[in-house]
Design a binder for this molecule. Structure first.
Ligand code: SF4
Ligand code: SF4
Length: 367
């Protein structure tokens, strides 16, 4: 828990629904984590009872399991398969349509983005850091920005990182630092709440809450320190661009390509991957066409089609493109790597590929 400008408020667990009421009074639909189909996923919440009370996650390369415990907590998990990406960068959306006019010419019109006002409850620091990067990439994208303006973000300090997490080493967690309007830290007896922006303060003002006690703040601070110390993985250095660009012919790429299915799961779950393509969807009678943007992946062969030629025609080249872009190429554009240490690409890889041993092999023997 960062030191807020003023002491946080305390919301007893049995009054959790009041927070939902305040968000709805502000015109927001509530979205939050829930246990569904064996994973923690974000979805619309009609009531706080739908939060994943007592659920914990266990993660390892290629493995994710949910466990039901008797803990009263709802945010005692690390990360589900889904970050905030689908809420700002839609997986599939129409951008504009064209049609043949009666006079024989062509008509064009933009498709309005659907941009509901959503309060997203329980966002972890790594996902807020990833969203900040997407905000920069899509700074001039009208569809993205329309959806983004509708989001109110309720961050929560992550007290339960998984074995695959390494946000401490990327500087993106586990404590909240940026991008949220209301901060939360969870204790057994309830939530500590603090505002980090005017919109958050307006919502909290609707609740008549007492201030947290010293003891509650100490508990929350201890939990976040333990969470940081509990992370055993780390990114080996803040900027790997030099070493990666010098190692394009390293045998580690061939070795990892023997296991990689080029399925693109890692890019789909990665909260910072933003590749997309555009296709035309013509109506059956040919009189109208919709231009659609949809998520793409550097693991798709067609994504490297340049002037009719596939330039990354094997998995070695595609895996290398993904990791060098993510950990090296991003530095030139964003001044940092594209990895926030959420560990999703490791957990959700069907063959359990973990990029840390790939980096270790490349770094081995280097000063
Ligand atoms: S590269 Fe992997 S660990 Fe890093 S942000 Fe993407 S999914 Fe998370
Ligand atoms: S690294 Fe894993 S998740 Fe990514 S494309 Fe290869 S097999 Fe799929």
């Amino acid at each position: 828990m960062p030191i807020p400008h003023r002491r946080p408020f305390f919301l007893p667990r049995e009054e959790l629904e009041c927070l939902f009421d305040a968000l709805r009074a502000g015109g927001y639909a509530c979205v939050g984590p829930q246990a569904r189909d064996g994973a923690i996923v974000y979805g619309r919440l009609d009531s706080s009872a739908q939060l994943p009370h007592g659920w914990r996650d266990r993660q390892a390369p290629g493995a994710y399991r949910l466990l039901q415990t008797d803990s009263p907590r709802c945010f005692a998990w690390a990360s589900g398969p889904q970050g905030l990406k689908p809420f700002s960068f839609a997986p599939v959306e129409g951008l504009w349509r064209s049609w043949r006019r009666a006079d024989g010419g062509l008509g064009f019109e933009a498709v309005e983005a659907e941009a509901p006002r959503l309060a997203i409850i329980g966002v972890k620091a790594c996902d807020l850091a990833a969203l900040a990067m997407l905000d920069r990439h899509f700074a001039e994208d009208a569809h993205y920005q329309a959806r983004r303006r509708g989001l109110l973000l309720l961050g929560v300090d992550c007290h339960h990182p998984a074995a695959t997490c390494f946000c401490r080493s990327t500087g993106d967690g586990p404590a909240l630092t940026q991008g949220y309007q209301i901060g939360m830290a969870e204790l057994d007896e309830g939530l500590l709440l603090w505002s980090n922006a005017e919109r958050g303060a307006e919502t909290l003002a609707l609740l008549d809450l007492p201030e947290a006690t010293e003891g509650q703040m100490e508990q929350a601070n201890r939990a976040i320190e333990n969470a940081a110390q509990g992370q055993t993985r780390e990114l080996p250095g803040p900027d790997l661009s030099g070493v990666l660009f010098e190692s394009l012919d390293h045998p580690a790429w061939e070795k990892v390509a023997e296991r990689c299915l080029s399925c693109g799961n890692c890019t789909a779950v990665c909260p910072t991957c933003f590749c997309h393509d555009q296709i035309s969807e013509p109506a059956l009678d040919g009189g109208e066409s919709l231009q659609v943007r949809r998520w793409d992946s550097c693991f798709n062969e067609g994504q490297s089609l340049l002037r009719g030629r596939v330039v990354r025609g094997n998995i070695r080249l595609r895996y290398r493109q993904w990791l060098t872009h993510k950990l090296a190429g991003w530095h030139a554009r964003f001044g940092r790597s594209g990895c926030v240490g959420c560990g999703r690409c490791i957990t959700w890889c069907p063959t359990g590929i973990d990029f840390h041993p790939v980096l270790d092999a490349i770094l081995e023997g280097r000063p």
